[in-house]
Design a protein around this ligand. Structure first.
Ligand code: H2U
Ligand code: ZN
Length: 347
């Protein structure tokens, strides 16, 4: 039997943050990298759109409110919030088979810029820094609430991801329960700390900085890489060099550096298929449950759906739905493709 070659043989990789596995089939992607770069129809947007419910001074959907004439960023409670603070945190149980619980929470919408026509890579670093500051402020305020034990900050970008409005914006859902994805990461990081006495992502980062095959970009405070266990073709993760449990622990320099690496990473993404690159992305951070979390290291995940071009998307169906997520192009190949691209956006 030949020795296992991760560039060649079909294999499974374990995600140490969740304990879940991914099927990798590198032989199916043996053909050399053929990044098709058909430019998508020039999506020319106006700086201000009088029909946009997020532009400054405009009325929101259904006349819920009128936006102020904001000049940098703007946050408001989602007019169609999925989570509400008035839900009683009570149990419902029928014979231990039908179990439910009331879930109090708060949903917010956060506008990144008054400009309707920009996205993160098109904003300058000081403007992105104002978004970082908004994330910090919102996290502080929501996380401090008695009922709130977890704050999920995210951005859903692009029509292909079901995003309803091109105005640059993200969302925050803050709630009583730590939801499943961060709960898995809490469990695995805690188990690692208990067993090894170190933080899991510190040990992981050390390997990545040694091997360098999956690192794409670095600055003084952050490392951008394709995780060894990435599921989506161009999935990436942004890690702080120092252990920071939440955004509240970041220094001024780390916040500036975060703005810098967000600009350059999202520019590379746009350059990959010469399109405004769609994704779901966001932070995973320690719960805001009042407990100590020495096991936690905050990080940012990018989950982009595109596979081969601006229009060819990876479907998570069939085997993925019924058995296990699967990928062809290896995380190492994806990192190499992203590494080659300029950090300056194509236009
Ligand atoms: P997307 O980024 O997924 O398109 O979501 C935009 C959010 O904005 C969505 O959750 C909210 C929707 O409920 N929204 C308002 O709160 N007010 C509005 O006037 C329209 C949209
Ligand atoms: Zn707008």
């Amino acid at each position: 039997m030949a020795q296992l070659n991760l560039d060649d043989h079909s294999h499974r990789r374990r995600n140490p943050l969740t304990g879940e596995w991914i099927q990798v089939s590198p032989h199916r992607a043996k053909r050399p990298w053929q990044g098709q770069t058909e430019e998508t129809a020039g999506e020319e947007k106006p700086e201000y759109d009088p029909t946009c419910y997020l532009c400054p001074g405009n009325e929101r959907a259904g006349g819920a409110a009128v936006n102020p004439n904001y000049e940098k960023t703007f946050a408001f409670v989602n007019d169609f919030s999925a989570l509400k603070l008035d839900a009683p945190a009570e149990e419902y149980n029928v014979d231990d088979l039908l179990t439910a619980r009331g879930e109090p929470g708060i949903c917010k919408v956060i506008c990144f810029s008054p400009r309707h026509d920009l996205t993160l890579p098109q904003m300058d670093a000081p403007a992105i820094r104002t978004v970082v500051d908004l994330w910090v402020d919102e996290f502080r305020e929501l996380g401090a609430k008695e009922e709130i034990n977890y704050v999920q900050i995210f951005e859903n970008k692009g029509e292909i991801m079901g995003c309803s409005n091109p105005h640059p914006h993200g969302q925050i859902w803050a709630q009583h329960t730590v939801p499943d994805e961060p709960a898995k990461e809490s469990r695995e990081q805690k188990a690692w700390l208990d067993k090894r006495g170190t933080d899991l992502l510190a040990d992981y980062l050390a390997i990545e900085l040694r091997e360098k095959t999956r690192v794409i970009l670095e600055n003084d405070s952050w490392v951008w890489l394709t995780p060894f266990w990435a599921t989506w073709p161009f999935e990436t993760m942004l890690l702080p060099r120092e252990r920071r449990e939440t955004l509240l622990d970041l220094t001024d320099k780390e916040k500036d550096d975060l703005a810098d690496i967000l600009k350059r990473s999202t520019s590379k993404y746009d350059n990959l298929f010469k399109t405004s690159f769609p994704y779901s992305a966001g932070f995973h951070q320690a719960p805001t449950d009042g407990e100590e979390h020495p096991e936690w290291r905050l990080h940012f995940h990018f989950y982009p759906p595109l596979l081969r071009s601006a229009t060819v998307k990876k479907f998570m169906v069939g085997y993925e739905m019924l058995a296990n997520p699967q990928r062809d192009i290896t995380p190492e190949k994806a990192a190499a493709a992203l590494r080659e691209l300029p950090t300056e956006r194509y236009r």
